[in-house]
Design a protein around this ligand. Structure first.
Ligand code: MN
Length: 424
């Protein structure tokens, strides 16, 4: 067991039992305040620990880390120090926050400098994302979409169980939780027999996803294997792959999603390390037919992460419209990474690889409005009495997620954004 994951650890900082950020989590993010520039922070309870200050005050002296990696607007340079460094830093923070360790516990002056309430800081996008890839790895999602748009009897295309299908998305429009976005405009073809029209998207949707961040680069020609893939993953975030279904339907043949997806994607601000998620590993989906040797793997590679999606109308109460779980994924992150690099495609630190919509087997666990309302044929009722087939202007969509076991709850914080009316 990783020492920092020990369920018996307690912090001298009081952490609510329902907090996403107990001492066993210690996720990394970038924050700034009105008086301080962007820097690396770690969440603990409802507070953020300023690693630039801690390093400056000498708390990381034995780790010999240049402060420039902490006084940085992205985590990339910190991640580039390598897994030994992230592990040592996470372990050192675990020690410093431990109720039995007096170093920071009894140093009120250092605490005043290094601790802030999360509610008083502004979270930034945590990494500079060079490339973003989106997979299509939930069997229930792919089956639902296949049933709706193709042949209910042959919902999955012939390749689906042989390789993790994916496409290259766009990194420029990936934003951090709290960044609202404009409803996209584009071409749609609402009437089959008529020519296409131009205007604001009418079928705006969310996609409940997670994403992982590359922590170790590879060179052109290199292949990452399922066995060493975990060494290349820094951690995970929640991911909303906003989608314009009407634009998508008209544009996606033959090259896949383009303008229907690249106008906005939202991520949660805290990167939960793969180390912190280790205790929640579970067995993967039983894959039949057998996959090719480069996609085979050993051990428990799925993760039990509870996921939920809520819709909040402006000035209204939120309604949870989906309860899903990462464990419903057919293809694992390790397989996705092995497949992505099997042709020699190189990976860079900060690259983001998203799961694809994570739907479970039952309608209350579907990960998009497309599926929840079955293409708009079964609207959902919100708590304020209004109905939704898709996402309205000024609706906020919130994704949350956490793993729980042995009394430890490791969460991700919120992935939240509002759909503003189309920009004129
Ligand atoms: Mn997607």
């Amino acid at each position: 067991m990783i020492k920092a994951n020990d369920p018996s650890l307690r912090s001298w900082i009081e952490v609510d039992p329902n907090s996403d950020f107990p001492i066993q989590n210690l996720p990394f993010g970038i924050f700034k305040t009105q008086s301080s520039s962007p820097r690396v922070g770690v969440a603990i309870g409802d507070q953020v620990l300023d690693l630039a200050i801690l390093n400056k005050l000498g708390f990381f002296n034995n780790l010999h880390i240049d402060n420039s990696v902490f006084t940085n607007q992205y985590l990339n340079d910190f991640i580039a120090l390598g897994s030994n460094s992230w592990r040592n830093v996470r372990q050192r923070i675990s020690d410093l926050l431990n109720v039995e360790n007096a170093e920071l516990r009894d140093n009120k002056e250092a605490q005043a400098k290094a601790l802030q309430y999360i509610s008083n800081v502004q979270m930034q996008i945590p990494v500079k994302i060079g490339d973003y890839t989106d997979f299509y790895s939930s069997i229930d999602h792919a089956t639902n979409v296949g049933k709706m748009f193709r042949d209910p009897a042959n919902a999955l295309l012939p390749n689906w169980k042989h390789l993790p299908v994916g496409y290259h998305g766009r990194a420029s429009s990936v934003t951090v939780s709290g960044t609202n976005f404009y409803r996209p405009k584009g071409q749609t073809k609402p009437i089959e027999t008529e020519p296409p029209i131009f205007g604001p998207c009418k079928l705006l949707d969310f996609e409940l996803e997670t994403a992982f961040i590359i922590g170790k680069e590879t060179q052109l020609g290199d292949n990452i294997t399922t066995a060493n893939a975990d060494e290349h993953i820094f951690g995970m975030v929640l991911f909303n792959d906003w989608s314009a279904r009407d634009i998508q339907t008209w544009e996606y043949v033959p090259l896949g999603p383009f303008l229907a997806k690249n106008f906005a994607s939202t991520i949660s601000p805290w990167i939960v390390t793969l180390d912190a998620l280790e205790p929640f590993r579970v067995e993967g989906y039983k894959q039949d037919p057998k996959v090719l040797p480069y996609l085979e793997y050993e051990g428990e590679k799925n993760i039990d992460i509870n996921l939920e999606v809520a819709i909040q109308p402006i000035n209204g109460e939120e309604t949870i419209v989906s309860n899903s779980n990462y464990k419903f994924m057919y293809w694992t992150m390790e397989q996705q990474l092995a497949h992505h690099t099997v042709n020699g495609c190189n990976m860079n630190i900060g690259d983001m690889l998203a799961s694809g919509t994570i739907s479970g087997p039952t309608p209350d666990s579907f990960g998009s409005m497309l599926e929840i309302t079955w293409r708009g044929t079964k609207p959902v009722k919100l708590k304020d009495g209004s109905e939704r087939k898709f996402i309205n202007d000024n609706d906020t969509v919130i994704i949350r997620g956490y793993s729980k076991k042995d009394g430890v709850r490791i969460g991700f914080g919120e992935c939240k954004a509002m759909a503003l009316p189309a920009k004129n």
